[in-house]
Design a protein around this ligand. Structure first.
Ligand SMILES: [Mn+2]
Length: 293
């Protein structure tokens, strides 16, 4: 398993100084930096090449995270919106190919955050499957894994459980179309988190980790020993990426609904110390065969 974090940990806007953050993430001991996939289609080729070069020089793998906006929903009733979504995600994957990012992860079967105006699930499912079939072929041709994130009922009406996502993958039927399970969302929707991971098995292409309130792993109640065991049971060897959200304010605070400070009002050095300790904790729980240290 390789360990990473989403770029946004230190801020509360969906933007990033990637050169600075990549160095920090590598210094902290991570293997993966998860970038904002939308940023990639707004970067010039020079900027994309810089991001690729710095990540290579630091030994970081890049994964690309996306919650498509409503006007790019590949499951929309309006065929023009579906087409815009397919074009958008195709452009993202082309930019990912340029920076050698081989996993697109997020809600690429719908839009995010969902506004629940239209909740016809069978219709959104069937339209989304047709779009993801098309996108899966592009992902396959570029050597990219298309990892669809299962999220909780307050953020989508389409894929809320591992079981649903497996059926969706079967409907799409492309070996590059996979599932992303996130412990924060699973804590709300699954009967049993380790069982949901074992059920996903070889369909699991990416994992997000966070406590039930999106604090860093090791600061809450989730069963990390058992989660680690379930990942070892299915011989999972891909990304484990933290998505910690401790800071209120900004667009991140609004989208993630952080209405209080969860950091304890600490400075950047202390934020660094928190995440480094969480990385050490996760490695001890997930890589050990002795049931944890
Ligand atoms: Mn997530």
């Amino acid at each position: 398993m390789k360990f990473g974090t989403l770029y946004s940990y230190w801020g509360n806007e969906w933007n990033c100084e990637y050169t600075k953050v990549a160095k920090k993430v590598a210094d902290l001991g991570f293997d993966i930096l998860e970038v904002g996939a939308d940023h990639l289609v707004h970067m010039s080729n020079v900027e994309l090449d810089e991001l690729k070069d710095i990540s290579k020089s630091l030994g970081l793998t890049l994964t690309s995270n996306i919650g498509p906006a409503k006007d790019k929903d590949v499951a929309a009733a309006d065929p023009k919106i579906r087409r815009a979504g397919i074009e958008y995600l195709t452009n993202i994957m082309k930019a990912m190919d340029r920076i050698d990012s081989r996993s697109i992860v997020g809600v690429m079967y719908s839009f995010w955050p969902c506004d629940f105006q239209d909740v016809d699930k069978p219709a959104a499912w069937n339209r989304g499957v047709q779009s993801v079939k098309e996108l899966g072929k592009i992902a396959e041709s570029l050597g990219i894994e298309y990892c669809m994130e299962v999220v909780n009922r307050f953020e989508t009406f389409v894929l809320n459980t591992s079981e649903e996502a497996i059926q969706y993958c079967k409907d799409v039927d492309n070996k590059n179309v996979k599932i992303l399970l996130d412990t924060f969302h699973m804590n709300i929707e699954e009967d049993n988190i380790p069982d949901a991971i074992r059920l996903a098995g070889n369909y699991l292409g990416h994992v997000h980790v966070g406590e039930g309130n999106r604090k860093l792993p090791g600061n809450g109640h989730l069963p990390w020993d058992e989660i680690g065991q379930s990942l070892r049971d299915i011989h999972y060897n891909k990304g484990i990426v933290m998505e910690p959200f401790l800071l209120q304010g900004g667009q991140v605070g609004k989208d993630i609904k952080v209405w209080r400070d969860l950091s304890g009002g600490v400075d950047e050095a202390e934020m660094d110390r928190y995440i480094k300790e969480s990385l050490r904790f996760l490695r001890s729980k997930f890589l050990s065969n002795q049931g944890g240290l």
